[in-house]
Structures are given as structure tokens and as C-alpha cells.
Design a protein around this ligand. Structure first.
Ligand code: SF4
Ligand code: SF4
Length: 593
């Protein structure tokens, strides 16, 4: 059996790591409800298991999504993660071939070169030396990238990188030390036993030329100790640093592939997502509060860290548009908005609500094809209402305007501001109201209402945003005048990123004129700044956000800026930069008689 006392720190560190991780994971799994536990069990067999393995391979090891956002970052992450994984995998095979036994000590692949002296008796020695040295070079390049990124993030195309706390620094520096120490240790062993490959063998020769044999013998063992201690420190630091994301992301992938809903208030699932944030910082540059307003302390990298440390961070919790742009770019796919909404409950616990004045007005004997719910913001933008009424009338649709005489809130603005109980109360009231009518579908003109109705209400009828409704009309009955106007379509946050409605508005505009493809569209679309989920930003700051979007749109010289949200229309129209219309208005103007 191979053994030296320096393997002990490695054994202690890895044992500690596994005990803590198993304990944390067991607590998370224990916190699941029975349905989720059953889903997880099913997820561990068959197709979900295969999908989990594929996702682990492509995201946790190769970091495909990070590559898509930033090639340099992708190279850094994948050379570290995939390179290290392959070092362990090939090291395990190599150590088994060396020993000729099916079971070795767990540290054998890690310290193999220390114990390998007579290379002539080892099968495939040359091949494995080459592979292992190549993989070590890959990981060392990852460490070099990480070092450069930490101190010169601009070279990676990142305006900002995350600030590290003490635990993160402790773990980071031990991680950085692991591979240079391994390289040094293997080079010294190679100087003694000529057991290195093209990399460690060459440096072994250099070491032989610099030092005499006694000095090399004296230094070799302490360097292996250093390597083992660096591994020990890193393993012990993982659960208390951002590197907890390495094991947590694996469990998160299994949860998601098993179909477990992660958008929840449940503690265990929330903790799993908090652990899974790697603090890569990709969300910082892609947040408009950073790029446009230079507010650099509220992005998910900081907000989730505060949540994980159970720190009060009111600013990070409240000063956010909930636009979801950061979620689009997050390589881990963390439901950041959900975390923010849950933590906002701490600050806005309750208001006195009385919705008794809202009466149920329906008459279940009258039948309607469409129940139209304009929403508060549409009432404040009457041209959209008028356009919708024209479209209904032109198509002879038997509709009922259920909030015609006054706006009723759908509840989402209350919810996104942490007033969960009040939102629930108004949802119940509205559900009674909508169900009291005998309609076939519910149509709304507001993306905020659409998202809330679709996700939170339990209605007896389907819900459509007016873009979806009009798109259906165009496919079936309505004929529009086709002209030469060029349109830019601005995706509203809650309709696009929030609800995945991208194609219907584009289909409609393609039937009327030409739609211009722009850089930041669909999932990457800018927020107009008019979000009802932020009460911290000043009006000037909101204007700045709208201007950020407009300055991109102006580059394409469109005839009209088109959107499908009353708030977006208001935010852009008041700046008189590009003529802005709601898609319903464009359709109403272009109906062929
Ligand atoms: S939230 Fe996502 S993008 Fe932001 S730091 Fe965490 S892992 Fe990176
Ligand atoms: S939701 Fe929008 S405003 Fe909030 S942090 Fe993410 S990108 Fe920034």
C-alpha cells in the first residue's frame, strides 16, 4: 500500500467535505414535500437521469452557457472544471493500471507520481504521462485565466467582477495554490525518478540542473505536503464559500430534471439555489442598473450572497426592476426574481386590505366569446383600450369588458412588492369576478396581468394576452393592410422573458410591415424602466433606463417603435424620441375593411 504522512491533510479535508455536503443535501431533500420526493426518486432512473448526466456534462463541466455569453470566461471555467475532472478520471485509471488491483487508496490518483519510482515496469507509462501532463497544463491555464480575470476583468470583456468576502478569498487562494503545487511536486519527483511527462519531465530536468540531489530530496516531501494541505484547505472551505456551487449545482440539475418546481418559498429549495450561485458576476454587466445607472451593489451576485449569509440588505432586495434580464444570462438558471419577491415580504409585510367594494357583477346566463380585462395600466393608456374595442367590433366578437368602469388590480404589483397576503386576497376577489361571467377566454392588454392570471390564478378559462388573441384572429379571419413601414418591436419584460411570448407579436407586425431585427431583443431585450416593482429609483433614473433602450433602437431608424404593454408605451412615448405605439393600435389602424 502506498502511504506517506502527507496524505493525511488531503484525507481529512475530503472526509470533512463529504460529511458536510451529505448532511446539507440530506436536509434539503428532507425538506421536500412528498410529491417532490417522489419526483426526485423517479428522476434518478430512466430518461431524467440521462438528461441530468448530459446537463452536468455540458453545464457543470464544459460550461456551455458561459461560453455563449463570454468565450474567455467559458475557457477559464471549463479548463478548470473539465480539466480537473479528467485529471481525476485518468489518474484513477492510471493508478489502477500501475497497481494492477481493482481497488486502490482514494489518494493514489492524487499523489501517484510521488509513489511511482520504477517507470520501466509500468504499462502504458508514456501514454499516461503525456495525457496527465497535458491535462495538468490545461488546468494550469485555467488558473492563469482566473488570476488575470480577478485583477484585470476588462481583459475578459467584463466591466466589473464580484467583490470577494473572506471565505471566498480563502478558498480561492487555496484553489489557485493546488495546481501550481502539484506541478512543482511532480516536477521534483520527476527530477528524482524520471517519471514525468513532457511538462513535469522537462521541469524535472531543469530542477536537476539547478539543484544538487540532496537539495531535491530535501525539498520534494515538503512540496507534496504543501499540495496536500492546499487540497485540505480548499475542501474544508467549499461549504462556506462560493465554491459550494460545485456540489450544489449537481443536485439542482437533478431537481430540475426531475420536474421539481424551484420557484417557491420553500426553504430547502431556496437554499439549494442560493448555494448554486457561483458569483461568476455575469449578471452584473447585464443589469441595466449597472450598465446605465452605475448602481453596482444590488445585482444577483450580491443579493444572493446577502441572502445566503442571512444579512439584511434592503437595497439589494428592493432596488431591482424584476425585469429578469439577469436571469437570462445566469448560467446556472437561478430564479432570482422569486428569491427577491420572497425576501421583499420581510420589508413590506402587510397592508390593511378591504376589497369588499368590488362586487361580483357577472350573470352566468349570458354567454361571451371573450372576457376583456384591460388592467389598471391600460386604463391609464386609453388609446390601447379603444384599439382593442375596435378590433373586437370589427371582428363581431361577442365580448364583455369586465373592468370597463374602473380599473381593478390583478394583484401582481402587490405580490412583486412583497405584499403576498394582499395579493392573494385580491386574486380571490378577481377569480370570483371572472368566474361569475360565462366567457370562453379571458383577454388582457397588460403583460403584468397576463403573467399573474396565467401563473397564479386558477381560472376555468384560458388566458390570452392581446398579442396572442390578435395573432389568432389574423390566422383565421382578420386581413390587415400590408405597407412599407419599418417597425422595431420592444419585448415587454413580463410578456417576453416573463411569459415566453415572442413570436405572436412578430407574426402580427410581419403582416403589416417590416420588422427590424435588433441586437438586444427577445430574452435580451432592455427594460423600459417603468417597472412597477421598483419604488427606489427616481424618475430621472427611470428615464435614463428608457433612454438606454431608445439609443439602441434609434440606430436602426425605424418608422415606429411598437410594444405590447401600456407601461412600456408610456415610458417611451413621454421622451418623444421615436413614435411609439401599442401593437393593438397598429392593428386597429391597419384593419382592411
Ligand atoms: S446569479 Fe447567476 S450570473 Fe449572477 S453571479 Fe450567480 S451564478 Fe453568476
Ligand atoms: S432583475 Fe433586472 S434590474 Fe434586477 S438585478 Fe436583474 S437585471 Fe438588474
Amino acid at each position: 500500500m502506498n502511504f506517506d504522512y502527507f496524505v493525511i491533510p488531503f484525507l481529512i479535508g475530503s472526509l470533512y467535505f463529504f460529511i458536510v455536503i451529505i448532511w446539507k443535501f440530506a436536509n434539503i431533500i428532507r425538506s421536500l414535500n412528498t410529491t417532490d420526493k417522489k419526483k426526485l426518486l423517479k428522476g434518478l432512473i430512466g430518461l431524467p437521469l440521462i438528461r441530468s448526466i448530459i446537463e452536468i456534462f455540458s453545464e457543470s463541466l464544459l460550461h456551455r452557457k458561459i461560453f455563449k455569453v463570454n468565450i474567455m470566461m467559458g475557457l477559464m471555467h471549463s479548463s478548470l472544471a473539465f480539466g480537473w475532472f479528467l485529471l481525476i478520471a485518468f489518474g484513477t485509471i492510471e493508478s489502477k493500471i500501475h497497481s494492477g488491483k481493482p481497488f486502490n487508496m482514494p489518494y493514489d490518483p492524487i499523489f501517484l507520481k510521488y509513489f511511482t519510482h520504477n517507470v520501466n515496469t509500468i504499462p502504458y507509462f508514456g501514454l499516461f504521462s503525456f495525457i496527465m501532463d497535458f491535462l495538468l497544463a490545461v488546468v494550469l491555464s485555467g488558473v492563469l485565466f482566473a488570476f488575470i480575470k480577478r485583477f484585470r476583468s476588462m481583459l475578459f470583456g467584463m466591466r466589473r467582477t464580484t467583490n470577494l468576502n473572506f471565505n471566498d478569498k480563502f478558498a480561492l487562494y487555496s484553489l489557485w495554490a493546488i495546481f501550481p503545487l502539484r506541478y512543482l511536486a511532480e516536477s521534483f519527483s520527476s527530477a528524482l525518478y524520471e517519471n514525468g511527462g513532457f511538462l513535469t519531465g522537462t521541469s524535472g530536468m531543469i530542477i536537476n540542473n539547478i539543484f544538487d540531489i540532496q537539495t531535491i530530496q530535501m525539498l520534494t516531501n515538503p512540496i507534496w505536503w504543501g499540495y496536500s494541505i492546499a487540497l485540505c484547505i480548499f475542501f474544508i472551505a467549499i461549504p462556506y464559500s462560493r465554491y459550494m456551487h460545485i456540489p450544489a449545482e449537481l443536485l439542482l440539475i437533478f431537481f430540475r430534471q426531475a420536474g421539481i418546481d424551484m420557484k417557491t418559498k420553500e426553504r430547502g429549495k431556496r437554499w439549494l439555489e442560493l448555494y448554486s450561485c457561483s458569483r461568476c458576476g455575469i449578471c452584473i454587466d447585464n443589469c441595466q442598473l449597472s450598465s446605465s445607472l452605475k448602481i453596482n451593489n444590488i445585482q444577483p451576485a450580491y443579493f444572493l450572497t446577502s441572502e445566503r449569509r442571512k444579512e439584511e440588505n434592503k437595497d439589494a432586495t428592493l432596488n431591482c426592476l424584476l425585469c429578469g434580464r439577469c436571469e437570462t444570462y445566469c448560467p446556472v438558471g437561478i430564479n432570482v426574481n422569486n428569491h427577491r419577491i420572497v425576501s421583499r415580504e420581510r420589508y413590506n409585510k402587510r397592508i390593511k386590505n378591504n376589497y369588499e367594494y368590488l362586487e361580483n357583477k357577472g350573470n352566468s346566463l349570458e354567454q361571451y366569446d371573450v372576457l376583456y380585462f384591460a388592467g389598471c395600466m391600460t386604463h391609464l393608456t386609453p388609446s390601447i383600450k379603444k384599439a382593442m374595442i375596435k378590433i373586437f367590433n370589427h371582428n363581431k366578437i361577442n365580448y364583455r369588458f369586465i373592468d370597463e368602469n374602473g380599473s381593478i388590480c390583478c394583484g401582481r404589483p402587490l405580490k412583486t412588492n412583497g405584499l403576498t397576503e394582499s395579493a392573494k386576497a385580491i386574486r380571490e376577489k378577481n377569480t370570483d369576478l371572472i368566474n361569475s361571467f360565462n366567457g370562453k377566454i379571458l383577454v388582457t392588454s397588460c403583460p403584468i396581468c397576463y403573467k399573474e392570471f396565467s401563473e397564479e390564478y386558477r381560472l376555468n378559462i384560458p388566458v390570452l394576452h392581446h398579442t396572442q388573441f390578435i395573432d389568432n384572429l389574423i390566422k383565421n379571419t382578420t386581413i390587415l393592410k400590408k405597407g412599407n413601414d419599418k417597425y422595431i418591436y420592444h419585448d415587454p419584460c413580463d410578456l417576453g422573458r416573463g411569459s415566453g411570448v415572442y413570436e405572436q407579436p412578430r407574426n402580427i407586425l410581419n403582416n403589416i410591415g417590416q420588422i427590424i431585427k435588433i441586437k438586444n431583443q427577445k430574452e435580451k431585450a432592455f427594460c423600459c424602466g417603468g417597472s412597477l416593482a421598483n419604488h427606489i429609483l427616481t424618475d430621472n433614473q427611470k428615464v435614463e433606463l428608457a433612454n438606454q433602450a431608445l439609443s439602441e433602437y434609434k440606430k436602426y431608424s425605424p418608422d415606429y417603435l411598437v410594444t405590447s404593454c401600456p407601461l412600456c408605451k408610456k415610458s417611451f412615448s413621454r421622451l418623444n424620441s421615436i413614435e411609439t405605439k401599442d401593437i393593438a393600435e397598429i392593428v386597429a389602424e391597419n384593419i382592411q375593411n
